[in-house]
Structure formats: C-alpha cells, structure tokens
Design a protein around this ligand. Structure first.
Ligand SMILES: [Zn+2]
Length: 86
C-alpha cells in the first residue's frame, strides 16, 4: 500500500515506481502510453505506427521484423488500456 504523491489517497501500486494513484495517473498521463520499452508515445502515434508496421504491409523478407515491432506496439497499447490510458 502506498500514498498517492498527488492526492494522498491510499493505493496499491502496479509497479514499484508508480507514485500516483490510478485516478491521478490517468489525469496526468491522459493519452500517453506507459514507458514499457523505454519509449513514450501518444496513443494516436502508436496506432499510426501499428498501421504502418503491420506485417501484411511488408514483403516477406521484412515479415519477421514487422511482426516483432507490431507485437511490441500491441503490448504497449495493452499496457495503456490496462491503465485506462487508451
Ligand atoms: Zn491521487
């Protein structure tokens, strides 16, 4: 159990570095993806990148790379959805 650095409410942090309760976190980071891979993207940019990276849009020699990037972007969007940011 932690205390939110913004409002002081008690909450259980999902990650050790979370210092804001879910409500304050949503307010502060609305529309921003969590730094899952050390990169912060806004949701619109991430969705655009997903459309561009999709394996169906690339020749066979780039399928493996496109698949890895698509999976990473989907994981980041899943994290954002779990945190209510997307
Ligand atoms: Zn709070």
């Amino acid at each position: 159990m932690s205390r939110c650095a913004e409002c002081g409410a008690a909450f259980v942090p999902a990650k050790h570095f979370h210092h804001l309760c879910p409500s304050c976190s949503r307010r502060k980071f609305a529309g921003v993806l969590p730094p899952s891979a050390g990169v912060v993207l806004d949701v619109e940019t991430a969705r655009g990148a997903l459309r561009l990276a999709h394996p169906d849009r690339h020749p066979a020699e780039r399928e493996e790379q496109a698949t890895k990037i698509t999976q990473a972007l989907n994981a980041a969007l899943d994290d954002a959805r779990a945190l209510g940011r997307a």
